[in-house]
Design a protein around this ligand. Structure first.
Ligand code: HEM
Length: 454
C-alpha cells in the first residue's frame, strides 16, 4: 500500500539498472532523450530515476496534463528545475510563487488583455516594416540566419512595447547569452555535484559575464526611465509606479530587474523560435507555402497586414497552430507534487519532478493521427480533431498559463504574413536542422535560409 493508500500502479519506465544509461543520454541531449523515453514506454505517465533521490515523471496524455496544470493544480508548485533559472530571472513572474506571484500577475494582467494588445499593432507593424526594409536591400538568394533575424525583430518589438526602448540592436549578444545561460541551467539540473557558480572556472566566468551584461542592460533601462519627464504606460512604468496595497512601498530595483529580465526572456525567445520553425516547415512543404502565399496575397493590401487584415487570415493561423503542435517553443513545463498523487491512473510520489510536455502530447500517436506530419488542415474548419483542451496547449494551462499568449499570437500573425507576402525563404540545401531543447525548443546552431524577394 502506498502512502496515500492508493492502489494505483507506479508508472512504467527504465529500471534502476538502466537509469544511468538514460541519465547519460539526457546529459548529452535532454530534449531528444525525453522524446526517446516517451516513445519507448507507451503509457500516460512514465517514471525515470533521475538524480539520487529524485524521480522524473513524464506526462504523455492530455488528461495527465490537465490534472497537473489545472484540475489538481493546488497540489503542484514549480519544480526545483525552475530554481536554476533564479540567478537570471530571480523572483520574476515565471519563477515566483504564492502571494508575491499573484500580486505581480494581477499587476501586469491589464497590459495583456486582448483589447490592449490591439493597441500594440502599430509598433509591431512599424518594426516589421524596418526588418522588411533591411531585407529588401539584400541581394536575391542572400544567406541569412533566420534564428538571428527573428530574435532581433521580436526583441525590438518587446523592448519598444514593454520598456519603451529598442533593444533589437542587442539581439546578437542577448541571443548568445541566453543560449549559454540556458545550457548552464540544463547542465546544473542534471549534475549530481554541480560546480558552484562562485568557483571561477572559465565556464562559470563566461556565465557570470553574460549575466552581468543582461543586468547592465535592464538597470540601464530603469535608470534611463528615472531621468525621463514624460509619462509612460508600459510595463516598465507599471513596475516603477506600483505600490504595495498594505505598505504603500514601491518595488525595489532588484524586484524590477527580476521582472524585466523575465519579460526580456519570456517575451521574445519563444515567439522567435515559433517563427523560425514555421518558415522552416514552409520551406520543406511547397504546396502549403503556396496556399499561404495565396491567402496573404488576397487579404493583405500593403507590405504588413493591418490589424483588421490580420484577423482575416485563417490559413495563416492554421500554419501557426500546426507549428505550435510540431515545435512547441516551451516544450516542457515542470511541476513538483507537494503530496502524493494519482495522475491519469498512475501513482506519483511527492517531492519529485513532473514534466508536462506539450511536445510529448502534441506528438502522441494516440492523440494525433500522423503526429510527425506537417498538415495545417488539421486545424481547418469542419475538420475532426482531438477535442481535449490539453491535446494542443503551447501556452500551458491553469493559473500559470502564459500571460503573453495574445501578444505572441498577434505578433506571430503579423510577422508570418508580412514575411510570406514579401519574401520567399528557402532552407539552405546542405543545412542539417535539428531541434535542441533547453528552456525553449530551437534549431540547434541557427537556421540557415536563403532570402528571395517575391
Ligand atoms: C510563442 C510564444 C510563447 C509561448 C509558446 C509561451 C509559452 C509559455 C508557457 C508554456 C508558459 C507557462 C510556463 C509554466 O507553466 O511553467 C508561459 C509563461 C509565461 N509567459 Fe509565455 N509564451 C510565449 C510568449 C510570451 C510573450 C510574448 C510574453 C510576454 C510579452 C510571455 C510572458 C510569459 C510570462 C511572464 C510567463 C509566466 C506567467 C506566470 O507564471 O504567471 N510569453 N509562457
Amino acid at each position: 500500500m502506498l502512502r496515500t493508500g492508493t492502489t494505483a500502479p507506479r508508472p512504467p519506465g527504465p529500471s534502476l539498472l538502466e537509469a544511468p544509461k538514460w541519465i547519460m543520454r539526457m546529459r548529452a541531449n535532454t530534449f531528444q532523450t525525453f522524446v526517446a523515453l516517451s516513445r519507448e514506454y507507451d503509457a500516460s505517465v512514465i517514471r525515470v530515476p533521475f538524480l539520487p533521490g529524485k524521480t522524473l515523471y513524464i506526462c504523455n496524455t492530455p488528461e495527465a496534463a490537465q490534472h497537473v496544470l489545472q484540475k489538481n493544480q493546488k497540489n503542484y508548485r514549480k519544480a526545483f528545475t525552475y530554481s536554476f533559472l533564479k540567478p537570471v530571472v530571480g523572483e520574476g513572474l515565471l519563477t515566483s510563487e504564492g502571494d508575491h506571484w499573484l500580486r505581480q500577475r494581477r499587476l501586469v494582467a491589464p497590459l495583456f488583455h486582448r483589447k490592449r494588445i490591439d493597441t500594440y499593432a502599430a509598433t509591431m507593424q512599424e518594426t516589421i516594416e524596418e526588418m522588411l526594409d533591411d531585407w529588401a536591400v539584400r541581394p536575391q538568394g542572400a544567406a541569412i540566419d533566420l534564428s538571428d533575424e527573428m530574435s532581433r525583430v521580436t526583441l525590438s518589438i518587446a523592448g519598444k512595447l514593454l520598456f519603451g526602448q529598442d533593444i533589437g540592436r542587442d539581439a546578437s549578444w542577448i541571443g548568445e547569452a541566453m543560449v549559454l545561460l540556458f545550457r548552464d541551467v540544463n547542465q546544473r539540473i542534471l549534475s549530481i555535484f554541480p560546480i558552484p557558480r562562485e568557483v571561477p572556472t572559465p565556464h562559470n566566468r563566461r556565465v557570470q559575464e553574460a549575466l552581468n551584461k543582461l543586468e547592465e542592460l535592464v538597470y540601464g533601462l530603469i535608470e534611463e526611465r528615472r531621468g525621463q519627464e514624460e509619462e509612460n504606460e508600459d510595463l516598465l512604468a507599471l513596475f516603477m509606479l506600483a505600490e504595495d496595497e498594505e505598505t504603500g512601498e514601491r518595488m525595489s530595483d532588484k524586484e524590477i530587474r527580476d521582472e524585466l529580465l523575465t519579460f526580456v526572456i519570456a517575451g521574445h525567445d519563444t515567439t522567435s523560435n515559433l517563427l523560425s520553425w514555421a518558415l522552416y516547415l514552409l520551406s520543406r512543404h511547397p504546396a502549403e507555402r503556396r496556399r499561404l502565399q495565396e491567402e496573404v496575397d488576397a487579404v493583405v493590401s500593403g507590405r504588413v497586414p493591418t490589424l483588421e487584415e490580420a484577423k482575416k487570415l485563417p490559413y495563416t493561423d492554421q500554419v501557426l497552430d500546426e507549428t505550435f503542435r510540431l515545435f512547441p517553443p516551451a516544450w516542457t513545463v515542470e511541476r513538483e507534487p507537494m503530496e502524493d498523487d494519482v495522475i491519469d491512473g498512475f501513482f506519483v510520489e511527492a517531492g519529485n519532478v513532473v514534466s508536462v510536455g506539450p511536445y510529448f502530447i502534441h506528438h502522441n500517436p494516440k492523440v494525433w493521427e500522423n503526429p510527425e506530419g506537417f498538415d495545417p488542415d488539421r486545424f481547418g474548419p469542419d475538420v475532426a480533431r482531438p477535442s481535449h483542451r490539453y491535446a494542443h496547449f503551447p501556452f500551458g494551462g491553469g493559473p500559470r498559463k502564459c500571460v503573453g499568449a495574445d501578444f505572441a499570437i498577434l505578433e506571430a500573425r503579423l510577422l508570418l504574413a508580412a514575411m510570406v507576402k514579401n519574401f520567399r525563404l528557402d532552407i539552405e540545401p546542405a543545412a542539417f536542422v535539428r531541434a535542441e531543447g533547453t528552456v525553449t525548443l530551437y534549431p540547434e546552431g541557427g537556421l540557415p535560409m536563403l532570402l528571395h524577394q517575391r
